[in-house]
Design a protein around this ligand. Structure first.
Ligand SMILES: Cc1ncc(COP(=O)(O)O)c(C=O)c1O
Length: 443
């Protein structure tokens, strides 16, 4: 057994010898994590945090589930690795399981190591099948950090990676931010679709392989699409022979109160991409789910892509146990039920805190925006920071709430095993932390 490490030593060695993502290294303040269970994790010094972001919006079943750990151990004893051209029992079981639980006609899966690789391979499949090169994406989107996927990303993480790869066309999302495009959500969605079709017309619709969207936008706002939008995208894709790809890396696997977020709408995409909740991040796995028409194309055409760790037995065993736990323990139903509790807690916060602007939630996929005045101006600018938001982040940390504070918003994305009592308790603590931001409200 290795000796326990103190928080200070852990932080120092990690910072001295490993590189942190998306950060100037001198500005990084990592949370030291020694163990985790359910919705909580602990530092080596024993401080407990409520994980209100499921680590990276990904530990969907909660931490340290014994059934998933046992499945990983069993697979390690049976067969640790097999090359991607082989057949294994676990690959056979998981392929069939996923075909059974995924709406038709998605019946074939290509396994990767994470979300970006899933999107890369989804687009590879779309380009090979259609013989077209262009891709339509949106501004409020994150699709990964590889060279292609960061350029498919609309948010500022793309900027240092520009100039963009060729053939990417970007459109605005259906949710208005600065400007209002219509009376209500449904009208706005229809107007946004007209605008999207106009862009396609100028760009030559027959040159597009795919429209790639996060079914529910994740880091860029937790934005469920307005009524009619996804159905409209499906219609537009069908009219022009474009493949619809739903990126469900964050929104999929129970997060929204359904196994797949697209099940909230009346559509099935041609391709769906998954990662994160697919294994609850116990091991790194991504997947590309192909509808029959795409999979059939590759029966007689080469799928020109590969990965050493494609269909890795350990990762698939983890995914299998993760899905079983999620289904057996009713976690997806729990997420659907607790959406109402989350919205009820938003109402209480709105009544108590002038800086509370708006809360959104679909299942246990939530976000709260903060404002600095009654005009609704954000508590800090897009891609910016402010003293109020920094103080708020410190208060959350001091109260043992781990969440993702970004610009003027923060996430409410707990593991799907959270109870109503734990959820209400967490919001009571968040309410205390909002007393800090309220001091900055300009009345
Ligand atoms: C919607 C979405 N797509 C793709 C990715 C990339 O996944 P990964 O980091 O596993 O490559 C992410 C990661 O946050 C994501 O949220």
């Amino acid at each position: 057994m290795t000796e326990a490490m103190s928080s200070d030593e852990m932080i120092r060695l990690c910072k001295d010898h490993t590189l942190y993502t998306w950060a100037k290294q001198s500005a990084v303040h990592p949370v030291p994590i020694a163990r985790a269970e359910g919705i909580y994790f602990w530092t080596p010094d024993g401080k407990r945090y409520t994980d209100f972001n499921s680590q990276l919006m990904s530990v969907n079943i909660g931490h340290h589930h014994p059934k998933v750990r046992d499945a990983i151990k069993r697979q390690a004893d049976e067969l640790v690795f097999a090359h991607p051209q082989s057949a294994t029992a676990v690959r056979a079981r998981v392929g069939k399981l996923f075909a059974d639980i995924t709406p038709n006609p998605i019946n074939t899966f290509f396994f990767t190591l994470g979300g970006a690789e899933a999107n890369e391979n989804a687009l590879r499949a779309a380009k090979l099948m259609t013989g077209r090169q262009k891709i339509l994406v949106r501004h409020r989107a994150y699709h990964g950090a590889t060279n292609l996927t960061i350029n498919l990303t609309g948010d500022p993480r793309r900027w240092p990676n520009e100039p963009s790869a060729p053939g990417i066309v970007r459109v605005l999302d259906p949710q208005p931010y600065k400007y209002s495009f219509g009376a209500d959500d449904e009208t706005r969605a229809q107007q946004n679709l007209l605008y999207l079709e106009e862009i396609l017309m100028y760009e030559n619709p027959k040159s597009f392989a795919a429209i790639l969207v996060e079914t529910v936008t994740g880091t860029n706002g937790i934005l469920p699409p307005p009524k009619g939008y996804m159905e409209g995208l499906r219609r537009i894709c069908d009219e022009h022979g474009i493949l619809l790809i739903c990126d469900e890396v964050m929104a999929g696997f129970g997060r929204t109160g359904k196994l797949y977020a697209f099940e909230h709408f009346n559509i099935v995409p041609d391709i769906v991409t998954l990662a994160k909740g697919l294994t609850s991040s116990y091991l790194p796995l991504g997947a590309v789910g192909l509808s029959d028409k795409v999979a059939d194309f590759f029966k007689e055409n080469v799928f020109a892509g590969g990965l050493t760790y494609n269909s890795h037995p350990m990762l698939l065993a983890c995914a299998e146990a993760n899905v079983q736990v999620m289904l057996e323990e009713g976690m997806i139903e729990n997420a659907a039920r607790l959406e109402h509790v989350m919205k009820d807690e938003y109402k209480k916060l709105a009544a108590r805190h002038p800086t509370f602007k708006k809360g959104r939630a679909i299942g246990l996929f939530g976000m709260i925006d903060l404002q600095k005045n009654s005009k609704g101006e954000p508590l800090c600018a897009y891609n910016g920071t402010s003293v109020a938001m920094t103080e708020f982040a410190k208060a959350l940390d001091a109260h043992g709430i781990f969440t993702f504070v970004r610009w003027n918003s923060f996430t409410c994305i707990p593991p799907l095993c959270i109870t109503e009592e734990q959820l209400r308790e967490t919001f009571a603590t968040i309410s205390k932390c909002l007393e800090v931001t309220d001091k900055y409200f300009e009345s």
